[in-house]
Design a protein around this ligand. Structure first.
Ligand SMILES: NC(=O)c1ccc[n+]([C@@H]2O[C@H](COP(=O)([O-])OP(=O)(O)OC[C@H]3O[C@@H](n4cnc5c(N)ncnc54)[C@H](O)[C@@H]3O)[C@@H](O)[C@H]2O)c1
Length: 336
């Protein structure tokens, strides 16, 4: 089967391309290079020993979508393309709704015209807003995300829910990622090193490498075991495998589904720092700053549904995450 991967040059999409190619799927990537880089294709091909097709263009551009669907017999779409920074979305909400919501609707309309009705959508744990209970199950309330980014993800989920309710032949899965981290074990793929890091792990690796002088820990007075925020970090390769499992699941599951993709284990900021120091042998100097607005004390997934229905579970440990993130950071530095 040929799978269209929107945003396939990005961090998670590129790892998903590797997993798809290794599982025997053919891959067409559509990416507008907003944050993705063309050189990623060579790296994916080096890891897998297989070729993919790259189309450069925007998911909001119907002529490009027509070209993709006319030239390739696409059987399913993994839809990663979008803007992803909660803090940036507070500054430019229109850009987020346009890219994430209008872009998704345009893609869906063009899929609908051609009867391509299998879709895996990159959603996010941010749709849960301030979760009411821990661990977070898919039946927890997802009504009030705290920023336009999270709202854009929830809106697309709602569009997909309504679409599948009207047209029963759609097969749609929304995957709510928890905190994707780390890099491909080959050291060839990882998070783009040129953008300012939004998340903890890239910050930690840059401090370890001496590219940043110290880390700021946002708040140590949360009601958690050591006072720092607790999150469910998941290795990006486990996440990528989750997409292959979802595609397989959708061959026998019509309609709309939602899955949490996380490990089910919460790790505090200080635990992550200590683990990284142990694995890398590098000290991570940090200072404690005030809490960041909108951050929750703790958030981790109950991933049991994905295990029960799709046979997927995260296998890689926090040690694996630190090791591969550190290798990627060192490889990036050697390319500078
Ligand atoms: N990284 C995370 O922590 C995280 C967490 C939850 C959900 N997600 C979601 O997963 C998806 C992938 O995230 P990522 O971390 O790989 O981000 P990324 O920025 O690395 O990748 C996104 C890719 O999409 C492309 N793109 C953006 N807008 C596009 C458009 N309009 N048309 C075509 N291509 C476009 C970019 O060039 C990039 O290659 C996103 O939808 C994101 O919201 C990410």
């Amino acid at each position: 089967m040929i799978v269209l991967v929107t945003g396939g040059l990005g961090y998670i999409g590129s790892h998903a391309c590797v997993a798809l190619l290794e599982a025997g799927y053919d891959v067409v990537v559509l990416d507008n290079l907003a944050t993705g880089k063309e050189e990623v294709v060579t790296r994916i091909e080096k890891i897998t020993g297989r070729r993919l097709v790259l189309v450069i263009g925007d998911i909001r551009d119907r002529s490009i979508l027509n070209k993709v669907f006319d030239n390739h017999d696409i059987g399913a779409v993994l839809h990663f393309a979008g803007l992803k920074s909660p803090s940036e979305s507070l500054l430019m909400p229109l850009a987020y709704f346009d890219c994430n919501v209008t872009g998704s609707i345009t893609l869906l309309e063009e899929m609908q015209k051609r009867d391509i009705k299998t879709l895996v959508f990159s959603s996010s744990a941010t749709v849960y807003g301030l979760p009411e209970e821990m661990p977070v199950t898919e039946s927890c309330r997802a009504e009030s995300p705290t920023n336009p980014y999270g709202k854009s993800k929830l809106m697309v989920e709602q569009v997909l829910r309504d679409l599948t309710a009207t047209e029963s032949e759609w097969r749609v899965a929304c995957l709510r990622y928890f905190n994707p981290v780390s890099a491909h074990r080959s050291g060839l793929l990882g998070e783009d090193p040129v953008t300012a890091p939004n998340n903890l792990m890239p910050y930690v690796t840059r401090v370890a490498a001496g590219r940043l002088s110290e880390l700021t820990v946002f708040g140590d007075d949360y009601p958690t075991s050591d006072g720092t925020g607790v999150r469910d970090y998941i290795h990006v390769q486990d996440l990528a495998e989750g997409h292959v499992a979802t595609l397989r699941y959708l061959t026998s599951a019509e309609g709309f589904s939602v899955f949490n993709l996380g490990t089910g284990r919460g790790i505090s900021v200080l635990e992550l720092i200590r683990k990284f120091e142990e694995v890398s042998g590098k000290p991570i100097p940090y200072t404690v700053g005030p809490r960041r607005q909108g951050d929750v004390a703790e958030c981790w997934a109950d991933p049991a549904k994905a295990q029960r229905l799709m046979g997927w579970q995260a296998l890689l440990t926090i040690d694996d995450m630190c090791r591969d993130a550190w290798q990627w950071e060192q490889n990036c530095q050697s390319h500078v």
